[in-house]
Ligand binder design. Sequence first.
Ligand code: AMP
Length: 509
Amino acid sequence: MNLAQWLHTSALVSPAAPALFHGTTMQANYGQFASQASALGAWLQSAHGVAAGDRVALYMPNRTEFLVALYAIWWAGAVAVPINYKLHPTEAAWIADNAQVSLVFTDNGNSFSAGVLPAGSTELGIDTHVNRALATMQKHVPTTPVQLDDGALAWLFYTSGTTGRPKGVMLTHGNLSAMALCYPMDVDQVSAEDACVYAAPMSHGAGLYNLIFVRAGARHVVPQSRGFDSQEILDLAAQLREATMFAAPTMLKRLVTVARDQGATGDGIKTVVLGGGPLYAADLVDALDLFGPRFAQIYGQGESPMTITAMPARVIAQRDHPNWRHRLASVGTPHSCIEVRIADDMLNSVPAGTCGEVLARGPAVMAGYWRNPQATAETLVDGWLRTGDIGYLSDDGFLTLTDRSKDVIITGGSNVYPREVEEVMLRHPDVFEVAVVGAPNPEWGEEVVAFVVTHADQAVTPEQLEHWCRNSMASFKKPRRYVFLSELPKNSYGKVLKTELRKQLSQLD
Ligand code: AMP
């Protein structure tokens, strides 16, 4: 089944229903949304030779045309490769090369300097090429999307890996329909009255959730700031009503702080779905006290997108339940299409209450990593996804995450893999050794800290390192602090002891 069929059907049933909004201004109803997606899909085929299975990237901050382009790609049976717009153009170009994309949609066709994109990839600006093409196809009547099997690739989701280079998670149309269909069962009910507000990057979970709201024929709202601004979100929700958004825990903290300062109580917000990083129970209680029962939590990862466990608002708000405190600190119970088990090092299941690696199985779990059979074999074992997260199941079936076995730092909801930062820093001529760790940060969850050993007789300043990093990595990955050491602590095998470095950090604070 081609997911573009959902848009096609919603448009056939309710063509006049409001669909795409820039702030509070409607840009398209469902009829226009589907017609543009179908027209653009036809143009991709005729003018650019895009065929089923071809990869087409999207690299831009949030905008409603992201959805038009996404559905156009699917209409033509091609595979979307949404790239986090916060990535440096050289990082984005690496992904374009790895996925072998033929086209990259960007804001205005000049996001990459000459020669940065791989040969064979062409940049298409929404404000330029796409709008010109759409202007010539205003009378287009939507055709039926290309027919696809459930196993056809829909979305290559690039996630960074411990090897330092991102891996393309292969998400099929079947995976994403399983994800979307679980939402009303496990997270929240949806209707055509709802408004999905894209406050987090559409290249990630927030964008994946569009499917649920397309299927329901609901509104899609991109804030004018094209990102997350607490005041704007509160105002938008109050005007548009029935607003649902996906938010990282750091966004929740900021929303609550701004709302509290002005005596706002989240008028117009229907549901905030939280996930993407650890959520502290105390923050959730603060939010509940101010806004009432409007918060749900989900736990997922690129490899099982938005769909491993969930905790709906009514469970989060059930203060009189004897296990309420424990449940608040958990990530909920498995989604209806997912089985979860906790395993020891040999991947044998362990009893409730015992910590181990979280394994997940079900139709939302990825088909594998793009052209990376080794990583696929390490991560999908006997049909189970090894999440790399550590946790335990309680007797009443709730999963609590206690640690991550993968070496990732989550800062403001974005993942930073230390190895990626270390590789860039090691290229600096004065840097001899470097180890990057996450340090707790009250606003961002964690912040990136680099421990640096310089070559003998060399001195480098934090400002110089900052400049170096700025030139070749996304801003959110740059270390916020540099700590200079004469040597890194290592075990007898020469492996850097990051636990030791984290201990040193807590002593420095
Ligand atoms: P990504 O693949 O970028 O979506 O990152 C997924 C990782 O974020 C998971 O493997 C977890 O370590 C973490 N994560 C996601 N959701 C939650 C949550 N609700 N609570 C704690 N950690 C989470």
